[in-house]
Design a protein around this ligand. Structure first.
Ligand code: TYD
Ligand code: MG
Length: 480
């Protein structure tokens, strides 16, 4: 039995190591994620190189300067444009990519589609499944009409066998490991899925990818259950981290790049899960607005930006009276802390009361928004619901709200306005332009701009007799 002093507890979410067990990880705050794991073999170097002095055996490393040219890394486009966009243009040779997401969200499906597409373009692709038997993968391929693709498929979990078999795979473009949590290296004592196994297996696979020059995609399940190591443990080891998100009740799936050493992060790819697998959605705004019904109070369209791409979404708000007790605030697709802030600003600076009301906020379509630019659209939905007056169905909203109620500038207004016009909107409510010697905003001709400087300007349009009696509308003063 291991002596008490050598016991080691590891958080499955973030990989933090502690000396004693606890219900909550002090490092990342996750609950029930800590479990005991055997001590990993101590690396031979510990014990003080410095102590041995510089005379110990070593090879000199070569330092160089910052200037210098290197050709951009070769990329292999997968042929799935939405995936390639998130990757930054295709798979980079020798890179490691982590694809995370809830079980059943569609990770195996998108990878099978990408792998088949690459194989059909003449590239060598190896797909190693640790979760499903070969026949199950074949069945999925048949269903997706991909049986003809010339890719190499195997079901295996023993990492020593896998690495050995990849030895000769120098001509491969892509190796898929589905999933990293099922892989098992015999020299590590713990079970597959534990932090030590996941780390050691990933390390070996990434090293193989770098030396053999193929791209490796590691699939990682994100689970709330601490029994399986969360992919977050791997984020720093890989070159790119993509998350596949979506609500299983919706058919939309969003592939989000959260780290990319070879491209921009925050890019999204939008897919729709259907009978024939995942299909790309080249125009997500149209999809997110498809079920919108105009003339309903509590709804406002946000002109957002996801990576380099403008995306319009509907923000919905429902208020329900709650005279006694503490009112509920329920948010789907947005930050609840930000909602509390907006409610406080609306109450304190504009006198709109929500203290006896439950507030339900929803971003329609299952998209998650993290941009502060959504503040103004959320505020418009809230105020519209509070005064039971619909927003102008032809108007989009964007702008950040500050604590004093001021509306602050946001990036890329022109791209947002252009997208709004493209989708048939004829007005936009946005922050008042400030003279800062900035590049002037070029608004599309078909769009009426309603610039506001303070949240009370927005509230004034919904409240008071001025709006009730419908102030005479000229083109310059379009109502909300
Ligand atoms: P899968 O790729 O197996 O998910 P993951 O690898 O992330 O666990 O996707 C499984 C879900 O997708 C499953 O609920 C069925 C659904 N699905 C479709 O709706 N259509 C399809 O064509 C396929 C292949 C799967
Ligand atoms: Mg799977």
């Amino acid at each position: 039995m291991a002596a008490r002093s050598t016991a080691r507890f590891v958080c499955a979410e973030c990989g933090a190591v502690t000396a004693k067990w606890g219900g909550k990880c002090e490092t990342c705050g996750a609950w029930n994620s800590i479990s005991e794991e055997p001590q990993e073999a101590a690396p031979g170097l510990s014990g003080g190189i410095a102590a041995k002095g510089v005379k110990s055996k070593h090879r000199k490393i070569a330092f160089t300067d910052l200037a210098g040219t290197a050709a951009p890394p070769p990329r292999a486009p997968t042929g799935i444009a939405e995936l390639d966009r998130v990757l930054g243009g295709g798979l980079v040779a020798g890179s490691a990519i982590l694809l995370g997401g809830d079980p059943g969200i569609g990770k195996s499906t998108i990878l099978l589609q990408a792998a088949a597409s690459l194989a059909n373009s003449g590239k060598r692709v190896l797909y190693i499944s640790g979760e499903e038997a070969v026949e199950q993968v074949r069945m999925r391929a048949r269903r997706l009409g991909l049986s003809g693709a010339k890719m190499e498929l195997a079901a295996a979990i023993n990492l020593r066998d896998i690495i050995g078999s990849l030895e000769a795979a120098t001509d491969a473009t892509l190796v898929v490991i589905d999933s990293i949590q099922t892989m098992w290296l015999d020299e590590i004592e713990s079970a597959p899925g534990t932090v030590s196994q996941v780390r050691a297996c990933s390390f070996e696979l990434i090293r193989a990818a770098k030396t053999r020059g193929f791209a490796v995609v590691l699939v990682g399940h994100v689970t709330k259950d601490g029994a399986i190591a969360g992919p977050r443990v791997l984020e720093h080891m890989v070159d790119a981290v993509l998350y596949f998100e979506g609500d299983r009740g919706h058919q939309f799936r969003i592939l989000r790049g959260v780290k990319n050493r070879f491209g921009a992060t925050d890019e999204i790819g939008v897919f729709e899960m259907g009978e024939m697998g995942l299909t790309e959605v080249p125009n997500p705004s149209a999809l997110f607005l498809a079920e919108r019904r105009g003339n309903i109070s509590g709804s406002a369209v946000f002109a957002g930006l996801e990576g380099s791409r403008p995306v319009l979404v509907e923000i919905q708000c429902l208020l329900a009276p709650n005279p006694g007790g503490s009112p509920r605030r329920s948010v789907i697709g947005w930050d609840s802390g930000r909602l509390s802030m907006l409610l406080a600003v609306l109450e304190t600076r504009c006198g709109v009361r929500f203290n006896a009301t439950d507030v339900y906020l929803n971003v329609a379509g299952g998209l998650r928004i993290s941009e502060p630019a959504a503040d103004l659209a959320v505020a418009a939905a809230l105020v519209s619901a509070a005064y039971d007056t619909p927003t102008d169905p032809g108007m989009v909203f964007f702008g950040e709200v500050g604590l004093s109620g001021e509306i602050r500038q946001v990036a890329q207004s022109d791209a947002r306005l252009k997208e709004a016009e493209k989708l048939g909107f004829d007005a936009a409510c946005l922050p008042r332009r400030v003279a800062r010697g900035n590049r002037p905003l070029v608004a599309p001709a078909g769009l009426v701009l309603r610039e506001i400087g303070h949240l009370s300007d927005l509230v004034a349009r919904f409240a008071g007799p001025a709006s009730a009696t419908a102030a005479p509308a000229s083109t310059a003063t379009k109502s909300f």
